[in-house]
Design a binder for this molecule. Structure first.
Ligand SMILES: [Zn+2]
Length: 111
């Protein structure tokens, strides 16, 4: 029982942090591309993970507003300045539990 209470419990979170216009590599439309920060935290059964628990892996994902297909990207500081002119940084979106359909491609590249 004690083992169960202290066993690791993981959670995945996401937060929309910006958007820009670009041609999607999947649907080839020139449309909004939404940037999300995704991260994973660890807790336990008696102390469930929250978005503010220690981070064990994170990644950045762009989702096409036209077709919804996600693409994993590097840290925004490494590409936004020269590859996403007109990028709009957003700070008002709430942290949410990550959308399951988008975590599958994100988890393998989290570090
Ligand atoms: Zn698309």
């Amino acid at each position: 029982m004690l083992f169960f209470l202290t066993s690791d419990k993981w959670a995945l979170w996401e937060r929309r942090i910006g958007y820009f216009t670009a041609r999607c590599q999947s649907c080839h439309q020139e449309t909004w591309q939404i940037l999300f920060h995704m991260w994973r935290t660890k807790g336990s059964q008696i102390s469930p993970p929250t978005p503010w628990s220690p981070i064990h892996g994170q990644a950045y994902q762009v989702r096409c507003n036209g077709c919804g297909v996600p693409a994993m990207v590097g840290h925004p500081q490494t590409w936004v300045p020269h590859q996403a002119p007109g990028f709009v940084h957003e700070h008002h979106h709430q942290t949410m539990p990550a959308t399951p359909m988008y975590t599958t491609v994100a988890i393998p590249v989290m570090r």
